[in-house]
Design a protein. Sequence first.
Length: 150
Amino acid sequence: MKFTSLGLLAAGAIALAVTGPAAASDRKAKMDLGKREYMNSCAVCHGANGKVEGPEVAAVEFLKTMPTDLSTLAKRNGGVLPVDRLYAVIDGRQLVKGHGTRDMPIWGDRYNRETVKAAEYYMDMPYDMEMYVRSRVLALVDYINRLQVK
């Protein structure tokens, strides 16, 4: 079967009409970088909702220190999310006893710009790795802010 440009355009329009709203919401969910970072880096200990509960909290039984309830960070800080401290904990400048060293498997050095810089070798274009890491950390901080209880 041979498709013409007009036929492909019509097929695309039909597909968009049928899946438009659902596809748009799926794209938005997939594009939530903060949520993706959180689910990949934090949820295994802190839970999907930050409350250290739920089926994804698989690592808790192996930990010596109970993870912090991330949904109450602002509440415990006078109603203000401690963004600077949170950023420093995520990027490794401020160590947290429960997180261990940056050599541990869950955290590793995922948010260390020097390590991420090694990925530059595989890219075809110039890329600011520090900005890449910063955007990932800020997206994660933003998502944790959205988890805060009122």
